[in-house]
Design a protein around this ligand. Structure first.
Ligand SMILES: *[C@@H]1O[C@H](CO)[C@@H](O)[C@H](O)[C@H]1NC(C)=O
Ligand SMILES: *[C@@H]1O[C@H](CO)[C@@H](O)[C@H](O)[C@H]1NC(C)=O
Ligand SMILES: *[C@@H]1O[C@H](CO)[C@@H](O)[C@H](O)[C@H]1NC(C)=O
Ligand SMILES: *[C@@H]1O[C@H](CO)[C@@H](O)[C@H](O)[C@H]1NC(C)=O
Length: 746
């Protein structure tokens, strides 16, 4: 009797599921298989009630639930893909799928809860325990159906409208698309036009009041449904880091000085010294939400920015945008031995849409596709590395077959999942990576490594520092509003107030609504922590290098176990527990020093630029300490007097224009930089000693009666020079080593 009852329950269970998914037709084979499987187990379950049976029951239920999740994921992915590629029914089906998903998740959670008996989980059952926890606390999907529908409707509509609107103002005669808006924003010079462009974008954002009244407060309800008292606690749980916001604040306090310096430097370069320390309107940063200032790079370059010009030009020349950028990223990832990107990505992704890349995940082995733009820029190139690494990350998780759905796709915000792809995007501008990609030759880099590093650091800083600030601002502000810390009447303008004080940016009241994480009420905390962590990972590998000239990529490729191990675990382990291994046990938690050490050159450069005590600072185009005749070359790069002679002497030698950028601009008070620049100069003098320049001198001397004397003197000079060079180089190398050790010591 009991057994029959039990079996009947099982079938009812399946039928309920089916009813749930009437529109979403399950795969019959899998379902049938599992019904049989469960039917076999059923007698055990009904007859006795040992803990082993309870466990087996729970395990099979979890397996079944996970398979159903995969079905839902596939259908939602298809719908999302149709929507993203502009299918006319795309948005409607996406909404249907997203709504159905919420109901499905609630049902599954209830089922698992009801079969969770006291004996089902033994003490050492970590994996099962973890799975059950993730399934029982799925996040916002636990909202009441009608509230869930409100959330996804708001988000889906908002993003669809932003993506497909064609009424943006690109500063040209006719209206344009989002892709064109991004493209033109990077190039527009006129401040007024930039402002108009940004306003045209804001017109396509969803209604701020609707958001504040009906969407943001859903977070309170979602917290309760997941059994948390406050949104902050709830987000800590989703980010799996206790006191995450507090920790983020602490980290930020230490990154803030660098952020402020960068901000001041931008104000100085764009608006002059009067603007330093004041807020900047976001359109002046050529950004929509102010979370990325990369478009400013050309206005901010230091004097010797040959590396930027070259990389920029080579990207265009090689057309490294869209699919080509993705393929180049895959090459780097292969070099790092982190895996091969599934080749179907190239044929099945869409590369003529809008940047930044959006990934769609079918929750199946090796089915993630990207939708992105074909525009060529350094920012898109870096972004492509992050996107491809995310895809490879998913592939890596998938390779480990016992990493089931919920351990791959949990609704958690893992910093490790953000940090490893972010780390690879940092490497995209590594000198060896630039060399391998044919973007900038390593020999040239090595003439003035510090000068070039400074430029590369500036490029990265313009992306990452504003992001870090935006992420924290967005999370803190939402928590403040939800805690009631802001008077009701002031809420509508509180975002722009917050941004003014916290970010020194003038934004509009609702421009955050252009961000997918904001419209779907997702926390940024995982991304914030990921940005911090990626610099720590970088540092952990960089510290292991024997010398500055060694190839970091090769070193990582040979020692990438810790990266691969972390990726393989998926969501099986809470991410903070992986941090120590990921950093080769040098650090055990998040530290800001990885980031601040990475930006050492930039930091010192900004200090010099902003220091009002030196007379040659503070102007838009500051002057070098001891100069200044332009070097007679196609591209006039002034160089310091110190190397002027050598430059003249080397004119006849085949050199690269960038060889001349060998001095880091400095006010002369910074001994480190002076030392650094000396090496650059001396390295150039090398060819002088052996090169054709001697022949030139020789010929001139042959008209002279003191020909032999001349030769002898010249030889003597050369010998002395070589001796000095050798000695200075030796000293400098020692100094560099010492400096490097100091820098990298956290
Ligand atoms: C451009 O968009 C604006 C604002 O939506 C609209 O008023 C205008 O008619 C559009 N112009 C063209 C040429 O489509
Ligand atoms: C949150 O839940 C409460 C009680 O269920 C409900 O009255 C309220 O409308 C919900 N909030 C939103 C924004 O839907
Ligand atoms: C993108 O390319 C696909 C085929 O490659 C084409 O069907 C589609 O119309 C293109 N979309 C745009 C916006 O150009
Ligand atoms: C996967 O299976 C292996 C061996 O069966 C086991 O050692 C490992 O802990 C499992 N990992 C997960 C995440 O289930």
């Amino acid at each position: 009797m009991e057994q029959c009852q039990c079996l009947r329950n099982l079938y009812t269970y399946r039928l309920e599921l089916k009813a749930d998914c009437t529109q979403t037709k399950m795969r019959p084979t899998v379902s049938l298989l599992f019904i049989c499987f469960l039917a076999l187990l059923a007698p055990l379950q009904c007859g006795t009630s040992s803990s082993a049976d309870d466990r087996r029951w729970l395990v099979s239920l979890v397996d079944l639930v996970e398979l159903d999740y995969v079905d839902h994921c596939e259908q939602r992915a298809n719908a999302a893909w149709n929507e993203l590629t502009g299918n006319s029914k795309g948005l409607a089906t996406k909404l249907e799928r997203d709504k159905a998903f919420g109901m499905f998740v609630c049902q599954q959670t209830t089922d698992i809860k009801s079969s969770l008996t006291a004996h089902a989980l033994s003490a050492d059952d970590n994996v099962l325990r973890r799975k059950v926890k993730l399934l029982l606390q799925p996040g916002d999907t636990l909202l009441e159906t009608e509230q869930w529908i409100k959330l996804v409707t708001f988000g889906d509509y908002a993003l669809n409208k932003i993506r497909f609107a064609t009424n943006y103002d690109c500063g040209t005669a006719s209206n344009c698309t989002l892709r064109e808006l991004h493209y033109n924003l990077a190039r527009q010079q006129d401040e007024e036009t930039l402002h108009r462009m940004k306003l045209s974008w804001e017109n396509n954002l969803p209604d701020l009041h609707d958001y504040l009244e009906h969407v943001l407060p859903l977070l309170r309800n979602a917290s309760k449904k997941n059994s948390y008292n406050s949104v902050e606690e709830y987000w800590d749980a989703l980010g799996e880091y206790e006191g995450a916001i507090l920790k983020a604040r602490e980290l930020w306090e230490n990154v803030k000085p660098l952020y402020l310096k960068l901000h001041k430097y931008i104000a100085l370069r764009l608006k002059g010294s009067d603007a330093v320390g004041k807020t900047l309107p976001v359109h002046l940063l050529r950004s929509l939400t102010g979370d990325d200032w990369s478009n400013l790079i050309e206005s901010l370059l230091p004097k010797h920015a040959g590396i930027y010009q070259k990389v920029h030009a080579n990207l265009q020349l090689k057309n490294l945008g869209g699919v080509e950028a993705f393929k180049q990223a895959a090459k780097l990832i292969k070099t790092l031995n982190l895996g091969d990107a599934d080749p179907n990505i190239w044929s099945e992704s869409v590369f003529n849409s809008t940047c930044p890349p959006t990934l769609v995940d079918w929750c199946k082995p090796n089915k993630v596709r990207a939708i992105t733009c074909k525009d060529v820029s350094i920012a898109n190139y870096i972004e492509a590395h992050e996107a491809v690494m995310k895809i490879v990350y998913k592939q890596t998780i998938n390779l480990h077959s016992n990493n089931t759905y919920i351990l791959r796709e949990a609704s958690r915000y893992s910093a490790v999942y953000e940090a490893i792809p972010g780390f690879v995007s940092l490497l995209s501008l590594n000198p060896h990576a630039l060399n391998n990609a044919g973007l900038f030759p390593l020999e040239i880099f090595n003439y003035n490594p510090n000068q070039h590093r400074l430029v590369l650091q500036l490029i990265m800083a313009l992306r990452d520092l504003p992001k870090l600030n935006f992420y924290l601002a967005a999370d803190e502000w939402r928590i403040k509003v939800l805690m009631g810390a802001i008077p009701y009447a002031k809420i509508p303008s509180s975002w722009s107030d917050f941004r003014k004080n916290f970010s020194y940016i003038e934004t509009s009241d609702g421009d955050f609504l252009g961000d997918p994480y904001m419209v779907f009420n997702k926390p940024f905390i995982g991304k914030f922590m990921g940005l911090i962590l990626k610099y720590q990972i970088y540092q952990s590998f960089a510290e292991e290098l024997v010398s500055d000239e060694s190839d970091l990529l090769v070193h990582i490729a040979e020692n990438n176990d810790r990266l691969v191990d972390a990726m393989m675990q998926g969501y099986g382990t809470v991410w903070p527990e992986m941090v120590s291994d990921l950093l080769a046990k040098r650090e055990y938690g998040l530290e800001y020093t990885g980031l601040t050490d990475y930006y050492k050159f930039l930091d010192e450069y900004l200090d010099n630029q902003l220091d009002p005590s030196t007379d040659n600072e503070g102007s838009d185009d500051y002057i070098e300490p001891v100069i200044n005749e332009p070097v007679p070359e196609e591209n006039e790069i002034p160089s310091s007097a110190e190397n002027q002679e050598s430059v003249k002497e080397t004119e006849k030698v085949e050199t690269h224009e960038d060889i001349n950028d060998n001095v880091i601009d400095t006010d002369g008070s910074n001994s480190k930089f002076i030392e650094t620049s000396t090496v650059g100069v001396l390295e150039i003098k090398n060819p002088v000693a052996t090169g054709d320049h001697n022949e030139v001198n020789t010929k001139e001397a042959s008209y002279n009666t003191y020909w032999w004397i001349g030769i002898a003197v010249a030889l003597a000079v050369v010998v002395i020079l070589i001796a000095i060079i050798a000695r200075k180089r030796h000293n400098h190398r020692k100094q560099l080593e010492r400096q490097r050790r100091d820098n990298t010591r956290a």
